[in-house]
Design a binder for this molecule. Structure first.
Ligand code: TYD
Ligand code: MG
Length: 469
């Protein structure tokens, strides 16, 4: 195969790492078999092409973000914009975005295929168009007829919403220039292509190029753009984690496709705090907001069952009660099996080692399964104490009181360490009718003001075991 070594380059599809030769494992993200060969872009293409799109989209150097290009200004002279935000009409979505859509911002909405990204954005478009905001929905995946069919299920749309089924970024930027909508949705980035790049749609260079072009349009014309990006099974947006650093806001839409609930998570936000979550339920008529996620997560909880404990995680500014289930049994094999769903597997192993060493429990030859019900993923260490109690409860066969909530971080010496905002966590437990809350000893003063709930302070895991069972 005759190939010019100079005209192609290898990219990691997972993280965008560039290499002159093919490699089995990516040095950047350590994933295997992710390198693909793509044509090399002409030098400076991204910058030039970006400016090209901006010009195509009607930007004159005197306008918007490109004004006075190449000239520095004193920060005090820069005009303060009062961060104009438009509400999406969906409270949970506004919360994750930090209060609404910022003008001229670029937002990536990532998620597994079929999770509901198009549905969510279509609902946002409906609300915006109903409020008189002009919207252009660009789809590279569905025909206008198919989108109309989906839209019928969701509700009625006004003429403020325009549809464009197109994948060529030149035509799209031309149309944006022509119609000058306030908000644009690109569904999805993996289907779009630019003639300037020789590789196939969805490849790293294409995705970078298109995002760069959209960025120019967003900042130059003050148009807010949503980009839909599909996630591959490795858990990153296909091709582009490359994308995450280029955009202003990154939202992930996650959830179990078998269950109806979905979580929208803010991962990066230049205009607000991250790690806020919004909870939705997928219905026949589209997505519905869940205003009381704790109640939702605890639905169908078994009473007086061993191995079940309620803990509290803080997602952004909002406390979320979750049920942790654990099953501990003697292993039938030489090597015990450990499995974690919804939490970190290594954390479960670590907590079991802590229990073995600091509590004298013989868990070394036990299989253990830990599950956060509802399919939600929680990485906050504050649920450690809940996990420890769930494991102990299943191991001993003794259930914990059904009206008890426990939270606290567990350290390697078995100490229970303080967590942030113990007060709002305890208040959430009290609000949902729980009678007892187990907290780190050092958090006792924080929760002293919470009425209607008995507080137990613990300083290490063996004390927790004595006081809770
Ligand atoms: P979709 O928004 O097409 O997913 P994505 O854009 O992330 O690929 O959502 C598809 C799923 O949502 C599909 O399996 C059907 C389901 N769905 C409903 O349950 N109710 C609805 O009203 C709609 C529009 C979709
Ligand atoms: Mg879709």
């Amino acid at each position: 195969m005759a190939k010019s070594a100079k005209s192609t380059i290898f990219f990691c599809q997972n993280c965008g790492y560039e290499s002159a030769k093919w490699m089995g494992q990516c040095p950047g993200c350590k994933e295997w078999n992710t390198f693909v060969e793509e044509p090399k872009k002409p030098a400076k293409s991204a910058a030039r092409a970006g400016a090209g799109y901006a010009v195509a989209a009607g930007l004159r150097p005197s306008s918007g973000a490109l004004a006075g290009r190449g000239r520095s200004v004193a920060i005090s002279e820069v005009e303060l914009s009062d961060e104009d935000r438009t509400t999406t009409g969906i409270g949970e979505m506004d919360r994750v975005m930090g209060g609404g859509i910022v003008h001229g911002s670029l937002t990536l909405v990532g998620g597994d295929p079929g999770i509901g990204k198009s549905t969510l954005l279509l609902q946002v478009c409906r609300n915006l168009s109903a409020a008189g905001v002009s919207v252009l929905y660009v789809s590279g995946e569905e025909s206008a007829g198919q989108i109309r069919m989906r839209a019928e299920r969701i509700g009625t749309f006004t003429d403020k919403m325009l549809l464009l089924c197109e994948t060529d970024i030149d035509i799209i930027s031309g149309e944006i220039n022509d119609k000058k909508p306030d908000v644009v949705v690109i569904d999805s980035i993996q289907t779009m292509f630019s003639e300037a790049v020789g590789s196939a749609p969805g490849s790293v260079s294409q995705v970078r190029e298109i995002t760069g072009a959209l960025m120019q349009i967003a900042k130059g014309l003050g148009i807010s753009i949503f980009i839909v990006g599909h996630v591959t099974k490795e858990g990153t947006v296909a091709g582009p984690r490359v994308l995450e650093h280029m955009v202003d806001t990154v939202l992930y839409f996650e959830g179990d496709r078998q269950s109806s609930y979905r979580v929208l998570r803010g991962v990066k936000n230049r205009f607000g705090s991250t790690n806020e979550i919004g909870v939705f339920e997928m219905r026949g008529e589209g997505l519905r907001e869940v205003e009381n996620p704790s109640e939702f997560m605890l639905e169908g909880r078994p009473k007086d069952a061993s191995g079940s404990v309620v803990s509290c995680s803080l997602e952004g500014t909002r406390p979320l009660l979750v049920e942790i289930q654990s099953l501990v049994t003697r292993t039938n094999f030489g090597l015990p099996r450990r499995q974690a769903t919804g939490t970190d597997f290594n954390r479960v192993n670590l907590l079991m080692a802590v229990l073995e060493k600091r509590c004298g429990e013989h868990l070394g030859d036990c299989d253990a399964y830990v599950n956060i019900t509802g399919g939600i993923k929680i990485s906050e260490p504050a649920i450690d104490l809940g996990m420890v109690l769930a494991i102990l409860s299943s191991f001993t066969g003794k259930p914990l009181p059904a009206d008890m909530v426990a939270f606290g971080e567990v350290g390697l010496s078995g100490e229970v360490r303080r967590v942030s905002r113990a007060d709002i966590r305890a208040a959430e437990a009290a609000r949902l009718g729980f009678k007892t809350v187990v907290v780190p000893e050092s958090c006792l003063s924080d929760v002293s003001k919470i009425k209607g709930i008995k507080v137990i302070g613990v300083s290490n895991v063996s004390e927790a075991k004595d006081k809770c069972f």
